[in-house]
Design a binder for this molecule. Structure first.
Ligand code: HEC
Length: 118
């Protein structure tokens, strides 16, 4: 009986310590640029930045104009469509379910560091 209790306790301790690794954004975030608008900065920090400032995510990086250029050439409608509906590794709505189209456009323009095509 004792032995069983002990192993249960051990299992519990192990499970708890597993949870100790809190889900922080990736540590190798290299790009700390953030939108000037505080509301937008908040959205960016909570969603887009996790991938778009992390080279390991394979997303076009914030401020990397070269990476964004071919994407912008698709046209703003396509970019918006891909942001809202998802595109390969890009999750639908970039994990920001409450974002408006206007906010997506602002976020994309910020990350691309250049005006969006008409
Ligand atoms: C979970 C990671 C992740 C998050 C969060 C994320 N993205 Fe992305 N995003 C990606 C990846 C990966 C790609 C590259 C997809 C590809 O080209 O295969 C991408 C590509 C894009 C593209 C280009 C699509 C195209 O047609 O080339 C846009 C626009 C975009 N993201 C906007 C956003 C916005 C805005 C946010 C925040 C609201 C956001 N993303 C959040 C991972 C993410």
């Amino acid at each position: 009986m004792r032995v069983i209790r002990f192993s249960l306790l051990l299992a519990l301790v192990m499970a708890l310590s597993g949870c100790g690794e809190d889900p922080k954004p990736p540590a190798n975030t290299t790009n700390n640029a953030t939108p000037k608008d505080p509301a937008l900065a908040q959205i960016y920090a909570n969603s887009c930045q996790l991938c778009h400032a992390n080279p390991a995510a394979n997303a076009p990086l914030t401020g990397d104009r070269k990476a964004w250029e071919p994407r912008l050439q698709q046209g703003t409608d396509t970019l918006l469509d891909h942001a809202i509906n998802g595109y390969n590794g890009m999750p639908p709505m970039g994990q920001c379910v409450e974002c408006s189209e206007e906010q997506f456009l602002q976020l994309i323009g910020f990350m691309a560091d250049q005006p969006l095509p008409q």
